[in-house]
Design a protein around this ligand. Structure first.
Ligand code: DPP
Ligand code: ZN
Length: 900
């Protein structure tokens, strides 16, 4: 397989102005006629020289029926077809029209890229390079054209026909068929093309934009799901209002459609005016969806809607620039969710995710800059790095420029680039020019992989009343990038006096001047080392650094004592840093106990782990008291409390351990939770009482109601680890009586971790109740797959053959296989059985769907983090996979890079 390099970018030799697509949708075959108007872009030709050949992208499963240029059908010698291309050897000089007819079999397209069928309906997915599965084309985002789509199909099987833009024409045809013509007035890259034909029910709402445009918002789902779309519709309305208020951006057509499909590789897709969503990100009812589902739906509906400007109106020049639209749009959806719900809690959730998955990716063999330098399959670069770290980098601009400056930059960005395909450098230039500042220093965030490490020491001089922060930074080497340069790290900070009050910040400049920062400032740290000096500091302060997680770095603050952390947890004005102080306390403890439990080797039964942890000092009083103070603080939000008593994730901790043993770490972590539960029991029980809803309380999704459920369920989950019969019985009762899915699944997931009849009883009851609900069964599959119950692999294997499991459906694979990959105990079983199972599954799924298999093989990429025995076994699986005949490029790229 061939790598593509960012450095090799050249403009396309031809561009396209208009595309007319005509789909004859059928049960056996679907014929596509593409009329494409090409315009030369190859510049001046030398005298007498012919135009260069026209090389179009394609895929081996599409059948070329004919190709004509300027009305003349080409003979065999005039073009060449390979697995990946159609080459027209001698295109005419000047503009011309090509008519290409291809034949597809969408019902056999299990890749779910291009045109395929889901639950009997036709739909498409073209990002990143799926359009070439429909017709031969210049499948690259810098070729922007106006699209007209005509489709015809059987009227009774496919009563709904949808395309991009506006419906221009529709009507009945002979033989029970009908047709529709859709015209999209906005030029777009082909990855934003979409089509849907099927039997779908629809719910509509009208929205009026700030300037008075009436927009019909429509959500299409399968008949029985019409009662579950209100939350997505509400979220869409909120997104549209928010983008008008915050960025002055209005929707630009009279129609906005969302279609939910069950078989979808990604979460959702922002096709112009015809978003196609994975149904799990549209459908919600209190009985079938959790608070987490509700908030994800709100976030993703927002995300795809926001793409209309950041992605569609202004798009990417090439796929290396993906973070231009994704980092920016994730930043926008994060801010939207923060405004709709609790801002600190949203920030905490996002940082937890970043630390547990992106930091791991950035420390492993697949580490890549947010703007990658090369790829084999672009689909493999829809990563947490491009998305989430990309969003953190956009946040750097926001932190440095402030909300107003950032808005100015966005305005200039749209003014300059509307209707164009541009680069990350164009974005940075717009931000810089709009604010008259130099932002070159942010450039390295785009080109360097790896998580920068920020090391801070402090010193206080009582005589001169000066306080100094000495900062150093270093980014560890990543594959292909040995040497790293310093990056610009904005350090948002404050200093706390001994009574917890915020001290005024008088920062000394290099020239001796004094800058008054108020009580919170942003330090610009962009050199290998620097010292920041604060004057008139009355007593040695407690520093609160990197507030709100102002840069995606790993910070070590030398001399930050447990007293300081406890003090910050109780007093910091920055809610994020209060949470962070608690995380640092528990991380320290967990790593210490892990080291103690690991020392001496031998058996690591939960019992042995418990003894070693206890002998090493157990959980100190200061941590218990700090958590008690948080739990009982009347001024703190319930969601925040629930996050504050949550320990760092296993994968975040493994990132800090050399040669880690995942089951051992799991036992240590569980033991600590159990100690906390035992010692905080009265508080936990009181909070459960206080936050339990009175019987009959209707479910509502809002910050206050979610906070009550989050806190109550966190307390219950902690108590469940005590494994007392009374508590287990209470969980089973709560499970049986739950009034909504949030409470139901929370009780079930606690029960699934316990051995005993209650576990089986609850799982069976849940299955019987939700047999006909595929989205709910995803949770049922996922909980069992992820369970750390000893020997659970046998159960997981039996689920693969269960009638509820469908291996051709991506969501099913994600729940079962990716779920299993998240079980520290069973995926990482010492005998290698979990690895063998996953290796087999990757190869089996790769025969069906390459993108899904590629995500699954990622379970092995962290192999270097573990002990030598596990390393060898995981490596062996990767080698077996790479050696497999007929492996997809998607899986090959990830497996082979992981081995390097
Ligand atoms: N559909 C994916 C997203 O919105 C890729 N664009 O992020
Ligand atoms: Zn996106």
């Amino acid at each position: 397989p061939k790598q593509k390099f960012r450095a090799d970018y050249t403009a396309p030799p031809f561009t396209v102005t208009t595309v007319h697509l005509d789909f004859i949708l059928g049960e056996e075959t679907t014929d596509v006629t593409a009329k494409i108007h090409f315009v030369p872009n190859y510049g001046q030709l030398a005298a007498g020289a012919p135009p260069p050949p026209l090389v179009l992208d394609g895929r081996k499963d599409i059948k070329l029926l004919s190709v004509a240029l300027g009305g003349r059908v080409l003979g065999e010698g005039e073009y060449e077809v390979s697995d990946k291309h159609l080459t027209i050897k001698a295109p005419p000089a000047g503009e011309f029209e090509a008519v290409i007819v291809t034949q597809l079999r969408p019902q056999d397209n299990s890749l779910l890229e291009g045109l395929y069928k889901s639950s009997g309906n036709f739909c498409t997915q073209c990002e990143a390079e799926g359009f070439r599965g429909i017709t031969y084309f210049l499948d690259r985002p810098d070729v922007m054209a106006k699209y007209t789509t005509r489709m015809e199909a059987d009227a009774s099987l496919y009563p709904v026909l949808l395309g991009n833009g506006n419906l221009a024409e529709s009507g009945q045809m002979e033989g029970g068929r009908h047709y529709a013509v859709w015209v999209d007035p906005y030029p777009k890259p082909c990855y934003l093309f979409a089509l849907v034909a099927g039997k779908l029910a629809m719910k509509e709402r009208e929205y009026t934009t700030g300037s008075g445009r009436k927009v019909a918002l429509r959500i299409f789902v399968q008949e029985g799901n019409l009662g579950r779309v209100d939350h997505a519709l509400d979220s869409l309305v909120k997104s549209m209002q928010w983008d008008e208020q915050v960025y002055g951006l209005e929707y630009d057509l009279d129609l906005f459609n969302i279609v939910a499909v069950d078989d979808f590789n990604m979460g959702a897709m922002e096709n112009k005016s015809l978003n196609i969503f994975n149904s799990r990100l549209v459908l919600a009812s209190p009985q079938t969806a959790t608070d987490l589902d509700y908030s994800r739906i709100e976030g993703v509906v927002g995300h795809e809607y926001f793409h209309n400007w950041t992605g569609n109106r202004v798009t990417c020049r090439d796929w290396f620039q993906l973070t231009l639209k994704e980092g920016l749009t994730v930043f926008r959806d994060q801010e939207f969710s923060a405004d709709m719900n609790s801002r600190p809690v949203k920030r905490i959730e996002d940082v937890m995710m970043l630390r547990s998955s992106q930091f791991t990716e950035d420390a492993g063999p697949m580490a890549h800059p947010i703007r990658p330098e090369s790829y084999i399959k672009m689909d493999n670069f829809y990563t947490v790095t491009v998305y989430e770290k990309g969003s953190e980098v956009v946040r750097l601009y926001h932190t440095l420029l402030g909300a107003e400056g950032f808005r100015k930059g966005m305005d200039l960005y749209f003014q300059r680039h509307d209707g164009h395909a541009v680069t990350c450098d164009d974005f940075r230039a717009a931000m810089a020019d709009a604010n008259g500042v130099d932002l070159e220093a942010l450039g390295r965030w785009y080109s360097q992989a790896g998580t920068p490490q920020l090391h801070v020491t402090t010193s206080y001089d009582a005589a001169s009343r000066t306080y100094r922060l000495h900062c150093k930074q270093r980014t560890p080497p990543t594959p292909g990038q040995e040497e790293k340069l310093p990056v610009l790290i904005p350090i948002k900070m404050g200093l706390l006096g001994p009574d917890g009050s915020e001290l005024p910040l008088k920062l000394q400049g290099a020239d001796g001047s004094v800058q008054d920062l108020g009580t919170e400032g942003v330090l610009r740290f962009d050199t290998p080392e620097a010292t920041f000096t604060f004057l008139e500091v009355p007593a040695e302060p407690v520093p609160s650094l990197l507030r709100g997680f102002s840069a995606p770095v790993k910070m070590e603050l030398e001399g930050q004592s447990e007293q300081h952390l406890t003090f910050l947890l109780a007093n910091d004005a920055d809610a994020f840093n209060r949470w962070e102080a608690g995380q640092r306390l528990s991380r320290k403890l967990l790593l210490q106990l892990y080291a103690a439990a690991a020392a001496g080797g031998g058996a690591h039964s939960p019992q042995a782990v418990a003894e070693r942890c206890a002998a090493a000092g157990g959980v100190p009083d200061n941590l218990v008291e700090a958590f008690r103070a948080v739990l009982t603080d009347p001024d703190l939000d319930g969601s925040f409390k629930s996050m504050a008593v949550m320990l760092p994730t296993g994968s975040e901790l493994l990132d800090a351990i050399q040669g880690g043993d995942p089951p051992l770490l799991h036992h240590v972590r569980t033991w600590v939770v159990r100690q906390l539960a035992a010692r905080l029991r009265p508080e936990l029980e009181q909070l459960i009482k206080d936050n339990d809803d009175a019987p009959g309380t209707p479910y509502v999704f809002n910050a206050a109601a979610c906070a009550r459920r989050a806190l109550k369920n966190r307390c219950l989950t902690m108590l469940s680890t005590l494994e007392e019969p009374g508590i287990t019985a209470m969980l089973l009762r709560r499970f049986n009586e739950a009034a909504n899915m949030t409470d139901e699944i929370s009780a079930l997931s606690a029960l699934v971790e316990l051995a005993g009849p209650e576990r089986d009883q609850a799982l069976q009851a849940f299955y019987d109740k939700f047999k006909g609900e595929p989205l709910v069964l995803l949770k049922w599959l996922g909980l069992q797959a992820t369970s750390n119950a000893p020997g659970n692999l046998a159960l997981v294997k039996s689920l693969v053959d269960h009638e509820a499991f469908n291996i051709t459906n991506p969501n099913n694979c994600y729940s079962l296989f990716l779920g299993f990959g998240r079980s520290p105990v069973n995926f990482h079983a010492a005998d290698g059985s979990g690895y063998q199972f996953m290796g087999d599954a990757v190869l089996r799924v790769d025969g069906i769907n390459h993108q899904v298999a590629a995500r699954m093989v990622s379970a092995f990429t962290t192999w270097r983090q573990y002990d030598t025995e596990r390393q060898a076994m995981m490596r062996a699986q990767l080698e077996r996979i790479v050696a497999h005949k007929g492996l997809s490029e998607n899986v090959f790229e990830i497996a082979s890079k992981s081995l390097k």
